[in-house]
Write a protein that binds this ligand. Structure first.
Ligand SMILES: [Zn+2]
Length: 188
């Protein structure tokens, strides 16, 4: 508000001097700033931000695209990732969605490796799941999970006989790793 007021005041002064001519400005040189002085004051006002200069545009536009902010639901800390290449933070949304679809098996997502505070020593973060399956089963953690694993687990949990147009028994080994238990030949 004060900036606006100052701006209007300076505009009034410019108009006043413009109408009065140089003689007035000259006579009151010690009281009223001359045109050069006013221009200088105007230059010192904070400019209205209307985007980066054209030359810098490509850098400024590119930066936010590759920047991913991970917010840790456990410790509330934020971790920045500056590229979606070489790390799999970009899958986070779909991983969470896939886990939420699996309702008939006790599966929990452990994404703590993506938090710099929870996992300060992890260089290449992976998704982990904790599965508790079967009677008296202990929670079983598997890391390096991807969307393919979760799709397999979903089909298994729904009792489907096939996965990706193949008999689900073909994936028995991976299922046993994910579930932390041996399956019989019937895949149960
Ligand atoms: Zn954390």
């Amino acid at each position: 508000m004060w900036i606006n007021f100052t701006f209007i005041l300076i505009l009034c002064l410019i108009t006043f001097i413009g109408f009065s001519g140089y003689s007035l400005a000259k006579n009151n040189a010690d009281k009223v700033p001359n045109r050069a002085g006013l221009a200088n004051q105007l230059a010192q006002l904070p400019p209205n931000y209307d985007g980066p200069p054209e030359g810098a545009m490509c850098y400024d536009m590119a930066a936010p695209v590759n920047r991913v902010q991970y917010h840790c639901p456990v410790c509330e800390e934020s971790t920045s990732y500056y590229s979606t290449f070489g790390d799999n933070i970009g899958d986070l949304y779909n991983i969470r969605l896939s886990i939420s679809r699996i309702t008939k098996i006790d599966v929990k997502l452990d994404e703590s490796q993506f938090c710099k505070k929870c996992s300060p020593d992890v260089k290449n973060p992976e998704y982990c799941i904790i599965v508790t399956y079967g009677k008296n089963a202990q929670p079983h953690k598997t890391c390096g999970i991807d969307l393919v694993d979760l799709s397999l687990l979903y089909d298994f949990s729904e009792g489907k006989k096939e996965h990706n147009n193949s008999p689900i028994s073909k994936y028995k080994e991976r299922l046993e790793e994910l579930l932390g238990t041996k399956l019989n030949d019937a895949g149960k």
